[in-house]
Design a protein around this ligand. Sequence first.
Ligand code: NAD
Length: 480
Amino acid sequence: MKILLNYIDGTLKPPVSGEYLDNINPARGEVYAKIPDSDARDVADAVDAARRAFPAWAGLPAEKRSDFLLSLADLVDSHVDELALAESIDTGKPLALAKHMDIARASVNLRFYATAILHFASSAHPMEGLATNYTVHRPVGVAGCISPWNLPLYLFTWKIAPALAAGNCVVAKPSELAPMTAFLFSELCIQAGMPAGVLNIVHGLGAKAGQAIVEHPEVPLISFTGGSSTGKRIAVTAAPMLKRLSLELGGKNPTIVFSDCDFDEAVKNTVRSSFLNQGEICLCGSRIFVERKIYGKFKRAFLQEVAQLSIGDPLHPDTFIGAVISEAHAQKVMDYIQLAKEEGGNILIGGKRHLMEKEHAGGFFILPTVIEGLSYDCRCNQEEIFGPVVSIMPFDTMEEVLHDANSTPYGLAANIWTLNVQKAHQVAQQLDAGIVWVNCWLLRDLRTPFGGVKQSGIGREGGFEALQFFTESKNICIKH
Ligand code: NAD
């Protein structure tokens, strides 16, 4: 059985406690690896190492830091098959998705920030005849980066790449439910000759290792992606120390289909946006509002496509829906399906666990589920389920759909389907969301701001916004 180790001060180390947690393969329901049950002592070692490494790393020319990140991206590319297999086994996601989305994007993240930092210039503000101001961006110190299980290496690199590129040293904690690719990444860091202490990876529980990072007084900024309730806890812990926070949290995203859409494209993409990665993407649409004129037709076509989705062994090349992350999460999703029935919902398809045989008999599979007849304001339409479950509802007017779409406490992403440009603009402008896709979904340009409004988060990642988060701006004013 594989035993993972922390990556601290350039070397792989067991946790100080000597204790390990089980790492479970969700497609089999079996323990297949052990991960360090780290605590505040491991975090303190990691922070010390990061602090020692900081002056030299921050003092390197940006081109040198860029070179290290590019070497890491090259190593990710040359290990893509191994990393994708590890990601699929660790999370239950289809292997093909892990390869083409998760690992491919991890490499792109590293390259993007390796090159972005070379264009992150200072600005000058001359005061004619009086003085000149120039503003420099300095790295802050030790950054705490805490990431979730749904897109493990993808979101891990999305945080550490801008932090490191900007000259910070990092103490990172991947999710205890999907730690494997971060561990393999630490081996790649050693191979790439990353200077000791620049990146430190501490594995373990959120309430213990994660909390210790947030509590540590020498970690002045925290970049967190995960659930909204965890985000709130982090904000409470960080507030008395006035730490800088970037919080990327949950969502309950609306998909709005108008009758004047490209019907086939809308159906095909709504299937994808509902069920890709078992619906375990913060950007997935989980409330589908369809204009009443085409509601029946859309529902039939949508259900026909959903019925054809292949569910099963994540390692099989044809699988579209794999296992959800854990037994506890599967139970939470099933509890919401039960609640939907109690709230008056009618299960149009799915609604059950998908039972498999042999080595997958203990796996956590849930059939893609579509529910009709729920009111916009019931719990199943307001709370994040984060699984292969969507609710479909008819609407009559733009005002009505805007009201219902904006009714949740969340505001991460939204998806609009219409060929009427004016309508697309009108609706997009009025939706409570940080990201709106019109006639597409998950089309990402990494230069654009990424983040949510309301309880979906604070701050923006992506592009120069992330580099701004990971740096302090200092203005220097020189009198002529
Ligand atoms: P989670 O909040 O349970 O855990 C996220 C990370 O935080 C994990 O590494 C966990 O160990 C750690 N953690 C838990 N408690 C902590 C604490 N007290 N202090 C510090 N760290 C702590 O979330 P999850 O279940 O791993 O991920 C699913 C959630 O993430 C969903 O709500 C989803 O919408 C959200 N998400 C958001 C985005 C986004 O960009 N907005 C992207 C992906 C996932």
